[in-house]
Design a protein around this ligand. Structure first.
Ligand code: F6P
Length: 400
């Protein structure tokens, strides 16, 4: 049999490790012959744009480089499949591509939108009595997939964000004047990544002094009051704010959306910066971490990269057992020692659904998170990956 693998949604620095997991497991499996990579997610299957991965990932060293390369080596997409009952032509193209290349299992590495593809495609294939298996391999820096304890890519993004905020703390405390520094962090409607800056407390940092999540109540007045309270104690106030935080009235602004109807979020940091300028008048900067937080592989979590590879490999084993329509997920057995297991769940349970940061881990003032959160996050950022360097720079795997 042949298999195919594709990557979809926003990049992470662990998504290529999951691709390596699928690929390495396939190499070990005598039943599997070719491993095709689909270019730009499911679009590559629809348009029959595949590449034989054995021709491009040739050595162990290639696999090691791919593991340390951020973003999606096969490209990505935000393509929403039509409902199974309406999408005849699209699904026929997919089936034709699978049959033409004798593909008997398809692995889709992606987030909650990509699990919509896994759910629909496996439903369609079951409906036409096809034995082709479809398996979802999770990924997202947002950590917002239901059921799984966490998502591949999140731990590395959290480590980068926390380390960067720590550097910002050092920089912002050099002057004797009062200042406010606002760091805007990705995560869409879920505050996991912003909340993860609390891991700095395990290293005796007090900042970020204020942490705002989309799950917390938020208003301009309360924000300014919070800042003033912190300024009474600290000269340099550091604020971590999630891109999904909204000010009253903002919803009416025209927004750009992707194919799944998600707004392109960014700008809350600048808005808060203006608020501080206009109402407090001290030195203020806003910093949008933007795509750096999902593609900074020079400080990634070894735990995350190793688990990302492992979950890809478990996906292949599941498909060989005949499993289809499932997303692989992590189950946490214990925090200390940190132990997880990997299992599969029905992809319908995660498709288009979001898992939010627990309300009980947000403080009463709605501007910080609790020590339980630190306990949850810490294991996910452990370990460092030894990065191969050339001329003083990390080496990335590139498709020729
Ligand atoms: O879902 C991952 C993510 O990086 C979100 O954190 C962010 O809001 C979104 O993708 C950005 O989307 P795009 O890659 O289309 O700019």
């Amino acid at each position: 049999m042949n298999i195919a693998v594709a990557q979809s949604g926003g990049p992470t620095c662990a998504i290529n490790a999951s691709l390596v997991g699928v690929f390495r497991e396939a190499l070990k499996t005598p039943e599997i012959d070719a491993v095709f990579g689909s270019i730009n997610g499911i679009e590559g299957i629809i348009n029959d744009e595949l590449m034989d991965l054995k021709l491009v990932i040739k050595t162990n060293e290639d696999m090691e480089l791919l593991r340390q390369t951020p973003s999606t080596v096969l490209g990505s997409c935000r393509y929403k499949l039509p409902p199974v009952e309406e999408g005849g032509k699209t699904y026929e193209k997919i089936l034709n591509c699978f049959e033409k290349h004798r593909i008997e299992a398809f692995f889709y590495i992606g987030g909650n939108d990509s699990m919509d593809t896994v759910a629909k495609l496996s439903d369609y294939l079951a409906g036409v009595n096809s034995k082709i298996r479809v398996i979802g391999i999770p990924k997202t820096i947002d950590n917002d997939l239901p059921v799984t304890d966490h998502t591949p890519g999140f731990g590395s993004a959290a480590k980068y964000v926390a380390a960067t905020v720590q550097e910002i703390i050092r920089d912002s405390s050099v002057y004797s004047i009062e200042s406010v520094t606002i760091v805007e962090i990705m995560g869409r409607h879920a505050g996991w990544l912003t909340a993860s800056t609390c891991v700095l407390r395990a290293n005796d940092e007090i900042a970020p002094h204020l942490i705002y999540l989309p799950e917390s109540e938020f208003s301009a007045e309360k924000f300014l009051e919070d800042v003033r309270i912190q300024q009474a104690k600290y000269k340099a106030v550091i604020v971590a704010v999630s891109e999904g935080v909204k000010l009253a009235g903002e919803k009416s602004k025209p927004v750009m959306v992707d194919n799944f109807g998600h707004e392109y979020l960014s700008g809350i940091g600048k808005t808060l910066e203006q608020l501080v300028k206009d109402n407090i008048g001290c030195k203020v900067r806003s910093i949008e971490l933007n795509v750096m937080q999902r593609c900074s592989s020079h400080i990634c979590s070894k735990t995350d990269i190793d688990e990302a590879e492992q979950i890809g490999s478990e996906g292949v084993k599941a498909a060989l057992r005949g499993v289809t329509g499932q997303m692989m997920c992590y189950k946490r057995i214990s925090d200390i020692p940190y132990v997880i297991t990997i299992d599969g769940i029905d992809a319908h349970k995660t498709a288009n659904k979001e898992k939010f940061f627990p309300k009980e881990w947000i403080n009463q003032q709605q501007n910080d998170v609790s020590p339980e959160a630190v306990k949850y996050f810490l294991p996910l950022i452990q370990g460092d990956v030894k990065i191969r360097m050339k001329n003083g720079m990390p080496v990335h795997f590139k498709l020729k």
